[in-house]
Design a protein around this ligand. Structure first.
Ligand SMILES: [Zn+2]
Length: 321
């Protein structure tokens, strides 16, 4: 069973009971202060104009937003006049996201093996490397870096620096990491299953995303598309990462519903039903690996960070078909 499906199964019952959390007031964090123009960064929050027509291109009703009694839901910047039109737009979006599967998969770009990087830098001897590789082979588990640290007494900082060289990415510091502040950006499931840790938002538009031993460009792109923030990925030293991840996992996250849909039509049905029920001021759909992530903003977002209490996530596993 894929790891995500297992996590979904493990999380679903608990998450279904998650209460609608009270978020901190906007502006409580310094991060929320700076707010460049929304339109410029494509952030949700622009209210539909009163003369806007239904965003479903196949809609024959000719309803103007002004004339129709409903002002929501808004999906991907467009208002829809009826449940049928919401469904048509969601169906197109689901098709778009599933088509992207495969092409957007991680490119298995050749990377210099970690052991070689460390050897080249003179951070391990060939004897240390050989013994660690042997231990890894015998145990049949564990990353090489783990064995170098545990068995050969190599410093964890050096292993992380070598991973940074291997991935051509920065090693990110954890000072001033506020576990509570950024939980509205990434669903708890992604922090848990994909090991992505939101670390800091700089200048209201750049999100630093930390990983333990490998980057995840697919996930970084999904978060970028969803939040409108530019994502800079980097590595965090293992023990610091795990401690910070545990802190983040125990913090409050937006309300989330986890579902597994057996087919594409079932997926479309579940997503559009949810949008019709919640009637969000904005909503978006992106794919992250084997799941589709629908985020609904219950009211327009007023800064670079969404407010925990005013967003609702729906995550659908799509791994099975
Ligand atoms: Zn319509």
């Amino acid at each position: 069973m894929p790891i995500l499906t297992r996590k979904l199964a493990a999380e679903a019952p608990a998450s279904a009971r998650v209460a609608f959390f009270e978020g901190r007031p906007a502006g409580e964090t310094a991060l929320a202060a700076a707010s460049p123009a929304k339109a410029e960064r494509g952030l949700p929050g622009a209210t539909p104009g009163i003369f806007e027509t239904c965003a479903n291109s196949g809609c024959g009703s000719g309803w103007l937003h002004l004339l129709r009694s409903r002002s929501a839901p808004v999906f991907e910047g467009g208002w829809s006049c009826s449940a049928a039109c919401t469904r048509a737009r969601v169906e197109a979006a689901v098709g778009r996201e599933l088509d992207g599967r495969g092409s957007a998969q991680e490119s298995h770009r050749h990377r210099i093996p970690l052991g070689l990087v460390m050897l080249e830098q003179g951070w391990v001897t060939s004897g240390q490397l050989r013994q660690a590789l042997d231990a890894q082979r015998v145990a049949g588990a564990g990353r090489l870096g783990h064995w170098l640290v545990r068995q050969q007494g190599v410093s964890e900082q050096l292993v992380t620096r070598a991973l940074g060289l291997q991935w051509s990415c920065p090693v990110l510091p954890l000072e001033f990491h506020d576990a509570e502040a950024l939980t509205a950006l990434v669903p708890r499931l992604f922090v848990d299953a994909f090991g992505a840790l939101p670390l800091r938002v700089a200048a209201g538009k750049l999100l630093y995303l930390g990983f333990e031993d490998r980057l995840d460009p697919v996930l970084a792109l999904a978060i970028e598309r969803m939040t409108g923030l530019r994502v800079e990925s980097g590595l965090v030293q293992g023990s610091l990462f795990r401690a910070a991840q545990a802190r983040v996992l125990s913090a409050r996250f937006p309300r989330v519903e986890l579902i597994e849909a057996g087919s594409e039509p079932a997926l479309v049905h579940a997503l559009s039903r949810s949008i019709e029920r919640v009637r969000p001021a904005e909503s978006r759909l992106v794919r992250a690996h084997d799941c589709l992530w629908l985020r609904m903003w219950l009211r327009p977002q007023s800064g670079p960070l969404p407010e925990t209490a005013w967003i609702q996530d729906l995550i659908c596993s799509i791994g099975a078909h």
